[in-house]
Write a protein that binds this ligand. Structure first.
Ligand SMILES: *[C@@H]1O[C@H](CO)[C@@H](O)[C@H](O)[C@H]1NC(C)=O
Length: 220
């Protein structure tokens, strides 16, 4: 399913409506951050993402970027079917915010995760900035969440200090590419126990798996 802009609009609204109160820190005015392209690397593993399956939105107050992955899922156990135990997705988001620079402060994930006792999950996301020639710029970070069954959840809230290897971004007059990788890996102690990570629970309207980047801004 390719996400329609309308569906994405509603999804963004949903995220905004349920987001935690944002801080009063400095933020650029509405519309100051624009996205001109979202490019997705074809995932040869199969269940991470494919072109057209990732939507990226910015909240009106520029406090967060929401990446919605329509095809991101991993599973282990007798009912996992075609879904593999690892999912990987690489996205380049071409963005511009003249006069302003942001760093990712914390990361949240929204999706459905259910792990039996004996199943572990690792959710990792990394990002860095590259210029229009593909050369690394300043500004990067990564975060990793390790989870162990038994567990059933649909929102993983950040904790302070989860980001590592982070480096502040530089101000860029031209648009630059924000390159983000997300991966999920499940491992289990036996082939008869189950674990799943995906957008929504079976039977619910599928809204994809999402990664929410909470931003800290500064003026250039
Ligand atoms: C994303 O950017 C990297 C680095 O420039 C490049 O190697 C890769 O091909 C790009 N992917 C897409 C889908 O444009």
């Amino acid at each position: 399913m390719i996400l329609s802009p309308l569906l994405f609009f509603f999804f963004s609204f949903y995220v905004l409506a349920s987001a935690q109160p944002t801080s009063t820190a400095v933020k650029p005015p509405k519309g100051a951050l624009t996205i001109s392209a979202v490019d997705v690397d074809v995932d040869t593993d199969g269940n991470g993402c494919r072109p057209g399956s990732v939507a990226v939105g910015i909240s009106e107050d520029n406090s967060l970027i929401n990446l919605l992955f329509d095809n991101f899922q991993a599973a282990v156990g007798p009912n996992s079917g075609d879904i593999r135990k690892r999912a990987l997705c690489k996205v380049n988001v071409t963005m511009s915010s003249p006069g302003w620079a942001f760093d990712v402060q914390t990361v949240d994930f929204r999706g459905y995760i259910k792990l039996s006792t004996g199943v572990d999950a690792s959710l990792v996301s990394r990002w860095k900035w590259i210029d229009n020639k593909g050369v690394d710029m300043k500004g990067k970070g990564n975060m990793q969440k390790k989870l162990s069954g038994p567990l059933e959840r649909d929102f993983l809230i950040h904790k302070d200090g989860e980001l590592s290897d982070s480096e502040a971004s530089v101000c860029s007059k031209a648009s630059a590419r924000f390159q983000l990788t997300i991966s999920a890996s499940l491992s289990s102690t036996s082939s008869s126990i189950e674990g799943v990570l995906k957008g929504t629970q079976d039977g619910a309207v599928d809204r994809g798996f999402s990664e929410i980047l909470n931003l800290a801004w500064r003026k250039c």
